[in-house]
Design a protein around this ligand. Structure first.
Ligand code: PMV
Length: 325
């Protein structure tokens, strides 16, 4: 018999992107970031610590995880074992309701759920700020998935002051995202490698940090004003400024694929017709469209000329973490 807990965490999409680490080991970013948690994509994780296990056992959607994931997750569990002062192994069962590694940030919901379930199973009663710091050690974007609605990750300078805070947990205005799943293959350049490359080689990187920091108060104000156009414009700018650092790196690289540009063009054309919609993308080819629920049917019709219905997933602001023992 063991000590068990289950957590559900939703993924999030950054409106102001996190891109680049000042401390890669502790995952302290160079710039603060701001995201919206989504209701449609989430991870359920159960962690059981047991005296009967001789190694950590990790299952993703009921199949054993690959060797690299095993090592990374075991190292993450070590942080919890240290805090709980025990050395029991764990069985981790994760069901991912997020297309894996395709720029839909399954690592965000994954490490947030793991941090919450594993700490609870280990008998630690961590508050949300401490959970956010712990999730950060698995994946930067997971720092923000502890909270629902709009969330800000304050970059900080060290392990204790780099965490997320809720900005608007209950979203009572009309904003949502259409995720266009162009492909759900593993991305060619993982975000970790992509960030390390741009920090080291892009001449635009210092400007990225400066503009991202300057955009934070503007985005905060746009959210408080519930101004979808301003939120969308700022999010689009942040995404393209981030992607400019990949094009300007040595060697240069891009997450764009031909269908990415196709999706961007549809959004631009719709906007010319007076429809409020804006695009954003993370470290993968998929495009997310920021829009109102009212205009979503028209946008889906326009996107439907190029993409299949099953490629178009609509998500609204989602909730923060939940844990059960
Ligand atoms: O999920 P991570 O921590 O490897 O980094 C993801 C970074 C972006 O998704 C590109 C931006 C962000 O803020 O989520």
């Amino acid at each position: 018999m063991g000590q068990s807990a289950t957590a559900r965490a939703h993924t999030n999409i950054a409106l102001i992107k996190y891109w680049g680490k000042q401390n890669p080991e502790l995952i302290i970013p160079y710039n603060s970031s701001l995201s919206m948690t989504l209701d449609h994509f989430y991870t359920d994780t159960t962690v059981t610590f047991s005296t009967e296990l001789t190694a950590d056992q990790i299952l993703f959607n009921q199949a054993p995880a690959d060797a690299a994931t095993n090592i990374k997750m075991s190292q993450f569990l070590d942080l919890i074992r240290q805090q709980a002062h025990f050395d029991l192994h764990a069985r981790i069962e994760t069901i991912n309701h997020v297309p894996n590694a395709a720029g839909l940030a399954s690592s965000a919901s994954g490490y947030a759920a793991l941090a919450a379930a594993a700490s609870k199973a280990a008998g630690l009663d961590l508050d949300r700020r401490t959970l956010s710091r712990l999730a950060r050690r698995g994946s930067g974007s997971a720092t923000r998935s502890i909270y629902g609605g709009f969330v800000e990750w304050q970059r900080g300078t060290n392990d204790t002051d780099s965490f997320a805070v809720p900005l608007q947990e209950t979203v009572d205005w009309d904003i949502q995202m259409i995720a266009i799943v162009l492909n759900d293959r593993e991305k060619a350049v993982a975000s970790r490698a992509g960030m390390a490359n741009v920090v080291a080689t892009s001449p635009y990187y210092p400007s990225w940090v400066q503009t991202a920091e300057a955009a934070m108060p503007k985005m905060r104000a746009a959210i408080i004003k519930k101004d979808i156009n301003l939120v969308g414009q700022l999010a689009e700018q942040s995404a393209m400024q981030m992607h400019a650092t990949t094009l300007s790196a040595t060697p240069p690289f891009t997450y764009f694929e031909p269908e990415t540009l196709q999706a961007i063009q549809v959004v631009q054309q719709l906007r010319q017709q007076g429809i409020s919609c804006y695009y954003t993308m993370d470290a993968g080819p998929n495009v997310k469209v920021i829009c109102t629920s009212q205009e979503t049917p028209q946008i889906l019709t326009a996107l439907g000329r190029y993409f299949k219905p099953e490629q178009l997933l609509v998500a609204k602001p989602g909730p923060g973490i939940t844990v059960q023992q």
